[in-house]
Design a protein around this ligand. Structure first.
Ligand code: DAH
Length: 420
């Protein structure tokens, strides 16, 4: 299931007073002449320390294969598709009158307060559950979205900023879902005097105010400009949406090669989010977008796993500042393996997907539910999955995949599953 932060309609129990620690540490200006890629290895290298993420805390659910992805800094690499898009977005915002600070190398470990409470995401929201989120401890986790950094930058006094980073979600596996991906967040506040007329307005009254209309209009114009900058002149459409941290909230779609494609979520920052960040005298907008999503479309990259590959045939195709169409190198044949199991009532699908990835890593291309039934007499439920194994750089042998599938069949017992 794809969890967006759209489901929660209940107020959160916000905790005030979290301080961001490395104040101004990674702030940079988007002004021309400020290099986006400061070093060849990137600022993220310091986070490439798996022992920070896999701990013996009872709440820790980060497997080694996820910890190994942290600190790669793909969005900082000038000649990686994610870095190329990141730079292009930066180029666009540099052309605008505001001075957007960029924060591209923040610690991917954040607190529940930063990731959820500060954003009015309530305690019972499914996105907070350990079946969806990688927890380091009770109250620290691998950020599930870059929105986790909004509030502390606001608290630190920034009025306009962009923040890109790797985010982590336990999820299904297929060509467009990977447990680690990248997002970019943007926030802009308006001067207090330009929104003073709407002081204290909330809910419907706020939404109906001219101040809200002004911010929403600026937001849409800014993002439409960004889409044109990335895709060339392109048709867009807006739909209402819901996020706990914006009011009102919107989603933007673009018409690309005949298909409407959802590209970002955004809205006018919720007054309570600003209040909690100590910026209650201001109003403004925020947006968040997925970099892989854009890169897959712009570069024609068919499989999300490719972003993480070290294969020369991938990396040699991309050059700083250029959007070029990816040429698939030979696709190796897949190996399919099915597994049917009785599942307990407490079964969490993501645990099974993760186990498969823990054993076979990126050789798992897809896990798909192919059959499901409940035995009327016993009340037991059976699920059958087809796992597609495929390597992006070599042919797999049946024997090696059999060995992995056998291990999976043995290991699922630990999840309370019973192979049929
Ligand atoms: N954080 C949201 C997500 O991951 C995306 C998002 C929506 C970010 C609206 C925003 C926003 O800043 O205003 O689903």
């Amino acid at each position: 299931m794809k969890i967006l932060y759209v489901l929660a309609l209940v107020d959160s129990t916000a905790v005030l007073g979290f301080s961001s620690g490395g104040k101004y540490a990674f702030a940079r200006s988007t002004r021309p002449g400020t290099p986006l890629f400061s070093t060849a290895t990137g600022q993220q290298a310091k986070y490439a320390t798996p022992e920070r993420y896999v701990t013996d805390h009872p709440n820790n659910n980060v497997p080694p294969h996820i910890a190994a992805l942290v600190g790669r800094g793909l969005h900082e690499r000038a000649d990686h598709p994610l870095g190329i898009i990141r730079a292009k977005i930066n180029e666009y915002f540099s052309s605008l009158p505001e001075d957007y600070q960029t924060f591209d190398a923040e610690d991917p470990i954040v607190t529940c307060t930063q990731c959820f409470d500060d954003l009015r995401i309530p305690p019972e929201h499914p996105g907070r559950s350990p079946s969806d989120t990688y927890y380091i401890s009770e109250d620290t986790l691998l950020r599930t979205h870059t929105s986790a950094h909004q509030s502390h930058h606001l608290r630190d006094g920034y009025d306009a900023f962009l923040c890109a980073g790797d985010v982590y979600r336990r999820d299904e596996i297929d060509s467009s879902h990977y447990p680690a991906f990248h997002q970019l967040e943007g926030v802009k506040l308006f001067p207090a005097e330009s929104v003073a007329g709407a002081d204290g307005l909330k809910g419907e009254a706020w939404i109906a105010s001219p101040e809200c209309a002004l911010i929403a209009k600026d937001l849409k114009a800014t993002l439409e400009g960004l889409m044109d900058h990335l895709f060339g002149p392109v048709e867009k459409r807006w739909a209402d949406d819901y996020f706990p941290f914006t009011e009102p909230s919107f989603e933007c779609e673009i018409l690309y090669q005949g298909e409407w494609l959802e590209v970002l979520g955004c809205g006018v920052v919720h007054a309570e989010v600003l209040d909690m960040a100590g910026r209650g005298d201001r109003r403004g907008w925020a947006f968040g977008l997925g970099l892989e999503r854009l890169a897959m479309v712009l570069f024609g990259i068919p499989d999300i796993r490719l972003f993480w590959t070290d294969d020369e045939r991938f990396s040699s195709q991309f050059k700083s500042g250029e959007i070029t169409t990816f040429k698939s190198y030979s696709k190796f044949p897949p190996v399919f393996k099915d597994i049917s199991m009785w599942v307990p009532e407490t079964y969490v699908e993501n645990d099974f997907f993760e186990m498969a990835r823990g054993i076979a890593g990126d050789l798992v291309e897809e896990t798909k539910l192919i059959d499901e039934f409940t035995n009327k007499k016993t009340g037991k439920t059976s699920k059958a999955y087809r796992i597609t194994y495929r390597s992006m750089d070599r042919s797999l042998t049946n024997d090696e995949i059999d060995a992995m599938q056998d291990q999976l069949r043995d290991d699922v017992v630990k999840l309370g599953l019973e192979v049929r």
